[in-house]
Ligand binder design. Structure first.
Ligand SMILES: [Zn+2]
Length: 256
């Protein structure tokens, strides 16, 4: 990666480095301590609800820590970008060695990479929290007939008539890459550690960090509908706020 300050400094300050381009991103396993499962057999609905609430609470705490860490990295990256620019000028005047410039470049690259990873984790958490908190609302909605479509202020649902499995994911990824020139930002592919902790069956679904009302989101939903692929598009956990907005491709998670 080559940097040109001050464009880089401006980019860092404006938070331009977006997450989500890394398909099949890490699923964030191990960042939230896992809850022990009931040893008395299957937990009751009340136990499940309490357990999920605890997991969500822990995820929110870990998310807040990541936000703090991100802010520190952001400050640090600005300092490192300025240091890089200073050294670049010194090298031009042959006052330092190339190795010294490279050292500053590597430090900056590392911080930028760490920031991108943190942003991906935060987005993954937001998406999982959104699915978890909207689960009850989703389960209360009338089931859709095969091929049925419904839209509300918070959700868009489509019960595709075709056969869907994760094996079809490459087809969707190809469509998206050809259409938009970058990888489909998959944040969860199938079951992840987070879904295990939440006791969600996400084995045959994937989450994509695309807002359903963006131009990319609208194209993707249109594609999924014509291909008969089921989805639930979340416009955000809170009406009017886009945090956690994403498209869940596949059937809704099973009840337990
Ligand atoms: Zn999902």
């Amino acid at each position: 990666m080559k940097f040109t300050a001050p464009t880089l400094v401006i980019a860092l300050l404006s938070g331009l480095f977006s997450a989500g381009s890394d398909a099949h991103a890490q699923n964030g396993g191990g960042r939230v301590s896992s809850n022990s499962t009931s040893r008395r057999g299957l937990p009751t609905n009340a136990e499940l609800a309490r357990m999920r609430a605890e997991v969500i609470e822990k995820m929110k705490e870990s998310r807040a820590s990541m936000e703090k860490l991100l802010a520190i990295h952001r400050q640090n990256s600005v300092k490192l970008a300025l240091e890089y620019e200073t050294r670049r000028r010194l090298l031009e005047r042959e006052l330092i060695s190339k190795a010294e410039l490279r050292e500053a470049e590597l430090a900056l690259e590392k911080t930028v990479k760490d920031m991108e990873q943190l942003k991906r984790w935060i987005i993954e958490d937001d998406i999982a929290i959104t699915e978890a908190t909207m689960r009850d609302e989703l389960l209360r909605l009338p089931a859709l007939a095969r091929g049925g479509y419904s839209e509300s202020g918070t959700l868009v649902r489509f019960n595709g008539g075709g056969q869907w499995s994760l094996a079809e994911a490459p087809k969707i990824e190809n469509f998206f890459t050809q259409m938009f020139g970058h990888a489909l930002p998959i944040t969860a592919f199938g079951q992840t550690g987070t879904h295990d902790r939440l006791r969600f069956d996400h084995r045959n679904a994937m989450d994509v960090a695309v807002h359903p009302d963006s131009s990319e989101g609208r194209s993707l939903l249109a594609y999924l509908r014509q291909a008969g692929i089921p989805f639930i598009a979340f416009r955000g956990a809170v009406a009017g706020a886009s945090t956690g907005a994403h498209i869940h491709i596949g059937q809704p998670s099973a009840r337990n």
